[in-house]
Design a protein around this ligand. Structure first.
Ligand code: MF3
Ligand code: CO
Ligand code: CO
Length: 269
């Protein structure tokens, strides 16, 4: 529709053109800027519904569209996943407590391009174990990103993440994965956050996808609650996640969703 010719790999992964990177940078920058502006809203007593409402207002004020409102019946501009919620937490009226950790995940559409990113936040005073989990999860995402270059495979990305996380005696969630995106929200391939080197599709210049590892302090198993969205750790252990949208270049990758304010990395100053 938007293209007369679409290039696909033999694994059905779309290859975008060099000119398409600019559109993804626009969408990614807005999503990241919105997450920058979430930071001061996260405090004990705040509700996740209020954070979601603020994000929805920011998306609208930017003249962009929320990708999640109306997506498979989902009603909100964010997923907000608190403590043992792994992902797809639904914003609501429950108040945040001191020491809660939360992932805020936002996806915006700008000029038809999708920018999908999530980060961790802490309400009030963090515990040492929460800080460690969040640091390991963030570093795991970057281990994965460092494995992105043409000729490497998706298994190399998964292996980089899994081996790093398990060496810290934490676990990688298997039940959810990253995904291709671009002109659409979710496209091939499934980007697994575990795997064996040299397995899976080979990376090629022009692939756009997310990497979004979920890491648990306890066991990796999850279950989805009766609301059909909220995924939690079966053992109730704390879970963390970070997500970037990236594009494969000739010699590595570009990250579309880096924080304009440099806030993405959780620095615990
Ligand atoms: N942003 C999520 C992802 O990283 C998807 C959320 S879909 C929703 O893929 F409907 F739950 F919002
Ligand atoms: Co995603
Ligand atoms: Co997301």
């Amino acid at each position: 529709m938007d293209d007369t010719r679409t290039r696909l790999t033999k694994d059905g992964i779309r290859l975008y053109d060099p000119a398409d990177f600019a559109g993804m940078h626009e969408a990614g920058r807005l999503a990241a800027e919105i997450l920058d502006r979430v930071a001061p809203l996260v405090e004990p007593g705040q509700t996740t519904a209020a954070i979601d409402k603020a994000v929805e207002d920011m998306v609208n004020a930017a003249g962009a569209t929320s990708a999640t409102i109306g997506y498979k019946g989902y009603q909100h501009a964010t997923c907000i996943s608190v403590n043992h919620v792994v992902c797809h937490g639904i914003p609501g009226e429950k108040k945040l407590h001191d020491g809660d950790i939360l992932n805020v995940d936002v996806t915006v559409i700008v000029d038809g391009w999708f920018g999908d990113t999530s980060r961790m936040y802490v309400a009030g005073k963090r515990t040492r174990k929460a800080e460690r989990l969040i640091d390991v999860t963030h570093d795991a995402l970057f281990r994965g990103i460092e494995a992105v270059r043409p000729g490497n495979t998706f298994g190399d990305i998964g292996h980089a993440i899994q081996s790093f996380v398990e060496a810290q005696r934490m676990s990688v969630v298997r039940d959810f994965c990253g995904h291709g995106l671009g002109r659409v929200f979710h496209a091939p391939p499934n980007v697994l956050h575990y795997g064996r080197p040299g397995t899976g599709p080979v990376l090629e210049e022009g692939m756009f996808f997310t990497i979004e590892p979920m890491v648990n302090l306890g066991r990796p198993e999850t279950k989805v609650l009766a609301d059909d969205w909220t995924a939690v750790t079966r053992d109730k252990s704390l879970s963390a996640q970070f997500e970037h949208s990236i594009g494969v270049t000739a010699d590595g990758c570009e990250i579309f969703t880096l924080s304009p304010a440099g806030k993405f990395h959780p620095t615990w100053a």
